[in-house]
Design a protein around this ligand. Structure first.
Ligand code: GTP
Ligand code: MG
Length: 203
């Protein structure tokens, strides 16, 4: 798929305030600093579209970007940074879980995990939650440019072994790098296929 246009639409504090759910959409979720906003920029080939930062917690609202005037990419605020109060965490959970459950045009969620790390508790909890609620997702391993091929393979294998304990079938997985633009084509191919389903169902 070729990206012709990518524009910021709005930031919303909850799913009810998001744009009308008339176009298919795809959310990016994951630990703070994992590279959600950077990957959105790599996909759209626009380094300034989603705000990125070395400081965790940059993205705090649900951000919609309209692509080719046909579908949305959604940048969600990250979880898991140290300096967060219980109240903030509960607020994040309500905002995000409501969005994931109730957003009717949400076709798929890309769950991002850092390719360098072992499976982390919060990431696993989120993945399990998607599974338990039968919500579709793709696991994306970010920042692969920071690893040698061997260490990347070891890391992926470790994740797969871990998931196999609970999952009969492994979820879809993509290795990405916002710097090398790795994984972008695969993500776009998944989106294109899901878009077709959405538009078919509308006919
Ligand atoms: P929050 O908005 O805080 O939840 O973070 P985020 O997940 O949107 O992360 P963001 O895209 O802002 O990136 C965080 C940091 O990681 C920035 O310093 C990025 O430059 C860096 N980064 C993101 N993706 C990659 C990547 O693929 N490779 C490398 N080497 N660095 C990356
Ligand atoms: Mg961000």
């Amino acid at each position: 798929m070729i990206i012709h246009t990518a524009k910021f639409v709005k930031s919303s504090p909850d799913y009810r305030k998001c744009p009308e759910p008339k176009k298919p959409e795809y959310a990016f979720i994951g630990r703070s600093n994992v590279g959600k906003s950077s990957l959105i920029n790599a996909i759209t080939n626009n380094r300034k579209l989603a705000k990125t930062s070395g400081t965790p917690g940059k993205t705090q609202l649900i951000n919609h970007f309209e692509i080719n005037e046909e579908w949305y990419l959604v940048d969600l605020p990250g979880y898991g940074f140290a300096k967060i109060s219980k109240v903030m965490r509960a607020k994040w959970e309500k905002m995000i879980l409501d969005y994931l459950f109730k957003r009717v045009n949400l076709m798929n969620t890309f769950i991002l995990v850092d390719a360098r790390h072992e499976p982390q508790k919060l990431d696993i909890e989120l993945i399990e939650w998607f599974g338990a609620n039968q919500l579709p997702f793709t696991l994306v391993f970010t920042k692969s440019d920071k690893l040698t091929k061997k260490r990347l393979n070891d890391s992926l294998q470790r994740y797969k072994n871990y998931l196999k304990q609970d999952w009969e079938e492994l979820p879809a997985m993509i290795v990405s790098s916002a710097i090398d633009k790795l994984g972008v084509e695969e993500i776009l191919a998944q989106i294109e296929a899901a878009n077709q389903l959405f538009f078919e169902a509308q006919k």
